[in-house]
Design a protein around this ligand. Structure first.
Ligand SMILES: [Zn+2]
Length: 248
């Protein structure tokens, strides 16, 4: 991949690298909703009903597109500040909702629905360290669980949007995911990384250090020019993750 984004050999390549993501937020970027603007649109983290109203107005006044052209809603994790606008948005656009398959597995495990060998697998790969999943998936998550239609696996392309890859990024929560487009070099990172005015991007901490190291390694291996966090301002710069701080 060409790492110098000013050096395109053709218009076609420039098209490939064009940014797709629009930020819908309040003036302080307290909680961000993102719109992937393609032939059909994807909304990432509808946030609150206020964000949904802002999204509605943005589509109407700036992009001149109907909300019905949204064909997918993605949740980067199941925290309520990212999900509480889902029902309102769905009542308008009727798009399916997608989230990490890790969340489904943990909730099923909590209900005792998983086969014991799958539990052993999960225990080995997801729940090692002092983290207790029961603390991370309180009963309130059952409500979010019911919102989800599509469970996304690591490295898989988004349904209908194969250029966008799911990157599993456990840390802030075990079910956290990022969305990465290697052509436009955009990374939507939910609460995995937040940005703070005047500081380096911060990888959110977790009691599971091994998982956090692995997430850091994966994120650093990606070519990123545009970083879109769930909270704080997006960073539009070469290699925004180079100086990332880690909240150990
Ligand atoms: Zn969160």
């Amino acid at each position: 991949m060409n790492s110098d984004y000013t050096d395109y050999s053709s218009d076609r390549e420039r098209m490939l690298h064009a940014r797709r993501v629009h930020t819908i937020t309040d003036r302080f970027s307290m909680a961000n909703t993102y719109l992937i603007n393609e032939e059909r649109m994807v909304v990432v983290d509808p946030g609150t009903e206020l964000n949904v109203r802002q999204l509605q107005s943005y589509l109407q006044h700036f992009l001149h597109r109907p909300l019905q052209q949204i064909d997918l809603i993605v949740l980067t994790h199941l925290h309520p500040d990212h999900t509480s606008g889902v029902e309102m948005l769905r009542s308008i656009c009727d798009a399916p909702v997608a989230a990490s398959a890790v969340a489904r597995n943990l909730i099923m495990q909590q209900r005792g629905e998983l086969h014991s060998s799958s539990i052993a697998h999960l225990a080995e790969h997801i729940l090692t360290g002092p983290l207790q999943h029961v603390d991370l998936f309180p009963p309130v998550y059952e409500r979010q669980y019911k919102l989800v239609d599509i469970w996304l696996e690591d490295v898989e392309g988004l349904p209908g949007h194969p250029e966008w890859r799911v990157i599993s990024s456990p840390g802030h929560t075990p079910d956290s995911l990022c969305l990465y487009n290697p052509f436009s070099q955009e990374l939507l990172c939910g609460d995995t990384v937040i940005t703070i005015q005047g500081g380096a991007p911060l990888l959110r901490g977790s009691a599971n250090r091994r998982q956090l190291h692995e997430t850091l390694r994966v994120l650093r291996s990606l070519q990123v020019h545009y970083l879109y966090p769930g909270h704080g301002r997006p960073i539009l710069a070469l290699h925004p993750l180079t100086n990332i701080d880690v909240e150990w």
